[in-house]
Design a protein around this ligand. Sequence first.
Ligand code: X2X
Length: 335
Amino acid sequence: MSISRRQVVKASLATGSGLAFPSIVFGQAQFKMKFANIMPPDHPVNVRMREASATIKERTNGQVEIQVFPASQLGSDADMLSQLRSGGIDFFMNSGLILSSLVPVAAINGVGFAFPDNAAVWKAMDGALGKHVASAIEKAGLVAFDRMWDNGFRQTLSATKPIRTPADLTGFKIRVPPSPLWTALFKDLGASPVTIPWGETYTALQTKVADGLENPLAGIYFAKMHEVGKFLSNTNHMWDGFWFVANRRSFQALPAAAQDIVRQTVNAAALKEREDVERLNQELRTNIGKSVEFVNVDPAAFRKRLQDAGFYTEWKKRFGEEAWGLLESTTGKLA
Ligand code: X2X
C-alpha cells in the first residue's frame, strides 16, 4: 500500500460516516495484503486461511483483502521471512524452529520427545510457554498472533530402508529444514542430516540427495512425499507448529477495528485448523498410499539415544533456565 493511499484512507476515515469501515472508495480493497507460506493449497493451513480471508473481507466491508500465496510461490521459508521483515509480504506463517534464525527461543517446542500428546502441546503453547515465545517474537520487531497453527507430531519417511531403531539412522541422509535444532537432533541420533528447503525436498528424495525426510503425516500427504518414500516410521520425535506473524508496519497501518477483526478471525481459523490436522494425522496413520509400509518403533529408544548424546543438557543451556522451566512445567523433567 502506498503512503498516499494510506493518507487518503486516513482522511476518508476521519471525514467519513463515522463507521469504522465506510463503503468502498476506490472500487477495490484499500488494504490489499499478502499472506504467504510453504504449505500446499489443499493443506488445512491454506483452506482455513482462504476462509478467514473471505470473512475478514466481509467483516471489514471489503476494505481489507488478504491474498493467500501457498506452496512456496513467493519463495522458501528463509526468503519469505526476509520479505516479511522488509514489508514485501504482510503476513507469514512458519515453523517455530525455522523462525528461530531470528528468534532463537521459538525453536523450543521442537525439543525431541518432549510433548506426550496434543493436549500437552496446547497447554504449553496456549499458556505460559507460548506467551514467552510470542513476546520474544514481538521484541524482534514482528507482530505475533497468539494462537499457533498445528503442523503436528513428526514421523520419519524413508526411501531406502525401514528405520526401526536409532542404529538404523547411522549414516542415513535425512532431509531437515533449515534450523540448528533439527540438525542437532538428527546428528545426536547418529544420522547425517542435510538441510533442504521444503519446496526442494520431493526432488531431493527422487534424486537420492536425501534418503528420507521427517514430517507430520498431513504434511507428507498434501505434498505427495509418500510417492517418493517407502517406509514410514512412527517416531513421533517432535511436535511442530506454525507461528502466524505480521510485518508490524503494515499491520499497524490498519485501523484499530480492522486489526481486531484480523486477529480474531485468524485466531479462530487456527483453532479450526488444529482440529482438521489432528483428524488428518490420525486418519493417515492407516492409509497414506498403497506403496508405503508403516513401521512401528519404540520412541523411548530414540529418546535414550538423545539423552546419552547430551542433547537435553545442551539445549537446556541454549534456551536458558526460564524458557526450559516453562517447557518442563508441562512435559516434566527432560534434562
Ligand atoms: O519440513 C518443513 O520444511 C516444514 C517445517 O516447513 C514442514 O513441516 C513442511
